[in-house]
Design a protein around this ligand. Structure first.
Ligand code: PLP
Length: 391
C-alpha cells in the first residue's frame, strides 16, 4: 500500500484543475499584454482567476496580485512595506515560528538596519496578544504573523492580532499559505492589510501564488519591469498556473465544510490511534486550535530520520519537522520554540492529511507505525535505561 501523508509539503493537482489548465499550455499562447485576440483571450482568463480568488477572500479583484508562489508573496509583503515606510519607522514584529520565507526575510532586513522582534510562543505554539501589545512602539511599521503553522498546524488568534494592529495603525501581514483552503478568511471582517497564499498547497500547481493587498496599502514593488499586475508585479503572467490556481481556490471553498469534516475525522482517528498504541508520545501544538489536517507528535527515544526511512520502506510518506529543514541536521526551529529538547524535536513526526486519504490508509499507518517505533526504541540506549529503571 502507498499512503501520502505530506499534504502540507505539497498536494497533487486535482483533475479539474489540470483540465482547466491544459488549454493554456497547448492552445492559448498569446501574451495577455497584447492587444490582439490571442492576448485578450488570455487576459480574460487571468481576470476570471482573479475573481475566483477574490471571492474566496471576500476581497475586491483589484486587491489580488499574482506572484510566483507563497515565498515571493511573503518576501514582497515584508520588503515592500518595509521599504515604503522606512521613513516612518524601522521596527517589525513577527514570531519565532514563522516559515523561513518570513523568518529569513526579516533576518535580511535586520542586516539592512531594521529591528525585528521575534515573539515567543507558549508550549502549544500560540503567541500572547498581551506580549504583542507590549512590544508595539512609535516606530513599529509592520506586524507579520502566520495564520496557521506549517509544522504543528497551530492557528493564531488572528482576529485579535489584526484588531491590535488596526488600533495602533500598524500594517498587518499574515502568511495564510496553510490556512487557505482549510479556514474561512474574510477580509471584510478581518482588518488585515496583506495575505500570502499559494496554489500548490490547495491542489493547484506549483510556482504560483498571490498576495492580497488591501486597497490603499503603501507597498513598493519587489519585481520591477513591465506593467503587469497593475504595475505592481512585473513579468509575463504564468497563465496556465494562474488559471489552475483560480480553479483550485474555487473548488476548495465550494466544498470547504465537507473537506474540513472529512479531514478532522481522519485526523482525530489517526491521533487517537497513535496515542493509544504508542507510549511516551507527545502531541506538538494545540489540540483544538489546529488545522484539520495536521498531526505532529514526538516519540521519546527516537530519531526522526530513521523513522521516515522506515515508513518510506512500507510506502508511507511523512515528514519530520519541516520539509525545508530536512536534509540538515538542525532540529526544527518551531519545535524548539515550543520548548522541546533537541532529542524530542528530532523524534518528531508530521503527518498531514488530504482529501484523497481514506480510513483504510489510516488503519494501515496505525498498523505499521507502532512496530517501527518499537524497533527503533529497542536500539536506543536511553530507552534501555528507562526499562532497567522500571524493573
Ligand atoms: C509552503 C509555505 C510557504 C511557501 O510557499 P511556496 O509557494 O512553496 O513558495 C510559505 N509559508 C508557509 C506557511 C508554507 O507552508
Amino acid at each position: 500500500m502507498k499512503v501520502y501523508l505530506d499534504y502540507s509539503a505539497t498536494t497533487p493537482v486535482k483533475p479539474e484543475v489540470f483540465n482547466a489548465m491544459t488549454p493554456y499550455l497547448r492552445d492559448y499562447y498569446g501574451n495577455p499584454s497584447s492587444l490582439h485576440s490571442y492576448g485578450r483571450e488570455n487576459k480574460k482568463a487571468i481576470d476570471t482567476a482573479r475573481d475566483q480568488i477574490a471571492q474566496t477572500l471576500k476581497a475586491k479583484p483589484e486587491e489580488i496580485f499574482f506572484t510566483g508562489g507563497g515565498s515571493e508573496a511573503d518576501n514582497w509583503a515584508i520588503k515592500g512595506t518595509a521599504e515604503a515606510l522606512k521613513n516612518k519607522g524601522r521596527h517589525i514584529i513577527t514570531t519565532s515560528i514563522e516559515h523561513h520565507a518570513v523568518l529569513h526575510t526579516c533576518q535580511h532586513l535586520e542586516k539592512q538596519g531594521y529591528e525585528v522582534t521575534y515573539l515567543p510562543v507558549n508550549e502549544e505554539g500560540i503567541i500572547s496578544v498581551e506580549e504583542l501589545k507590549s512590544h508595539l512602539r512609535e516606530d513599529t511599521i509592520l506586524i507579520t504573523i502566520m495564520y496557521a503553522n506549517n509544522e504543528i498546524g497551530t492557528i493564531q488568534p488572528i482576529q485579535e492580532i489584526a484588531a491590535i494592529a488596526k488600533e495602533h495603525k500598524v500594517l498587518f501581514h499574515t502568511d495564510a499559505v496553510q490556512a487557505y483552503g482549510h479556514l474561512e478568511i474574510n477580509t471584510q471582517d478581518l482588518p488585515v492589510d496583506m495575505i500570502s497564499i499559494s496554489a500548490h498547497k490547495l491542489y493547484g500547481p506549483k510556482g504560483v501564488g498571490a498576495l492580497y493587498i488591501r486597497k490603499g496599502t503603501r507597498i513598493h514593488n519587489l519585481i520591477h519591469g513591465g506593467a503587469q499586475e497593475r504595475k505592481k508585479r512585473a513579468g509575463t503572467e504564468n497563465i496556465a498556473g494562474i488559471v489552475g490556481f483560480g480553479k483550485a481556490a474555487e473548488l476548495a471553498y465550494g466544498q470547504l465544510t465537507e473537506h474540513v469534516n472529512h479531514l478532522t475525522e481522519l485526523r482525530d482517528y489517526l491521533l487517537e490511534g497513535i496515542q493509544q498504541k504508542i507510549p511516551y508520545t507527545r502531541l506538538n501544538g494545540h489540540r483544538q486550535k489546529r488545522l484539520p489536517n495536521n498531526v505532529n507528535v514526538s516519540f521519546e527515544f527516537i530519531e526522526g530520520e530513521s523513522m521516515l526511512l522506515s515508513l518510506d520502506m512500507v510506502g508511507i510518506a511523512a515528514s519530520s519537522g519541516s520539509a525545508c529543514t530536512s536534509g540538515s541536521l538542525d532540529p526544527s526551529h518551531v519545535l524548539l520554540s515550543l520548548g522541546l529538547s533537541h532529542e524530542m524535536a528530532h523524534g518528531s513526526l508530521r503527518l498531514t492529511l488530504g482529501d484523497q486519504n481514506t480510513k483504510e490508509e489510516i488503519d494501515y499507518v496505525l498498523e505499521q507505525l507502532p512496530p517501527i517505533v518499537q524497533r527503533l526504541r529497542d536500539m536506543s540506549p536511553l530507552y534501555e535505561n528507562l526499562k532497567e529503571g522500571a524493573r
